[in-house]
Design a binder for this molecule. Sequence first.
Ligand SMILES: COc1cccc(CC(=N)NC(=O)c2cccnc2OC2CCNCC2)c1
Length: 386
Amino acid sequence: KPHQFWQTQPMPNINEMDKLKPGPIQLGVLAEVRKDPFNLIEKYEWFNVDLRNEEQAQQVYTLLKENYVEDDDNMFRFDYSIEFLRWALLPPGQYADWLVGVRVNQKLVGFISGIPVTLYIENQQNKVKMTEINFLCVHKKIRSNRLAPVLIKEITRRVHIKNMWQAVYTAGIVVPTPISQTRYYHRSLNAKKLIEVGFSSLSARQTISRQQKLYKLPEEPKTPGLRPMKKKDVAQVTKLLNEYLKNFKLYFKYTEEEVKHWFLPRKDVISTYVVEKEQGIVTDFLSFYNLPSQVINNPKHTHLKAAYSYYNVATQTPIVQLMYDALILAKNEGFDVFNALDIMDNEKFLKELMFCSGDGQLNYYLYNWKLEKDMLKPEEIGIVLV
Ligand SMILES: COc1cccc(CC(=N)NC(=O)c2cccnc2OC2CCNCC2)c1
């Protein structure tokens, strides 16, 4: 039924692709935006989640832990921590009513989030203030009550009220109309565990010890001057990042405030390492975020520890060497696997560093915007969603 709902939304559908001109599909009229929330079915009520409140944060954590995205074989489910959710959903400029919950008898049964972003689309002229949507989740027990479309419409209304008319989001499923279909790759760090949890499998000729040898990594990174990012690096990292992202057709521009929020290391959430040369010059940096998955039923392991490639900028260090060091650092931080999409320059290191392609794809979506061409290639995507 998704297509029924999505046909009602300002997303280009196949046959009208060619006659729309690039830019907003529908022009928003602030005066016409509904001032009151959409109606909910009996006993359901809207609830703005305050993630700073421990109890409310616990409610979101538990809803996601038990009901959020699973892999295609329903063997793993994302298990975002509370500290991760605070990082992801309380960035500078956040709006209190963009963390949208639905409750029944004080229990959280539905959620959707938005954060304010400024997205550059296909060139410097199209600098669009919009929302990044994430964490759409409805409790398994009340699926097909058509709650998801209401959550989407309600957060759309709350974004429109702020005079913003576009959104960016990702999804594993294909609904009208992806702007890019990216593929995900994973690099084994702990071969034995990946086999024990069923993430990897052995072919006839492979053995666990052969796999461990194949994916073995040095104890320490190779690049001289590689160290955890500190506050004093913020200005240089901001310059490096903004300069690098201009190479792509879809990217955010970061203030120093935003770089502080998104890149300063947070234990068990985000790891960022910089390469510092003589006189304190920072020439490169790498970053990855911590998103464990619950192993749904496994006698030996409850979780898969996964690091996800975030933003990596290599101006002096070869990208393959920088990412090889990322693998070593992630291994030393205790991760079992390192995941990456084939976006930005990732193709340059995926094969050489022995990443295997995953069985699914991650689709990028832009709400209410027609691109010059219908799709962007993955290597033209310069944004990473968590
Ligand atoms: C291994 O445990 C999993 C638990 C749930 C889903 C998946 C497969 C999957 N859907 N993976 C991704 O979407 C993915 C693969 C590589 C890099 N980033 C990704 O997703 C990120 C970005 C989008 N929001 C979720 C996290 C795997």
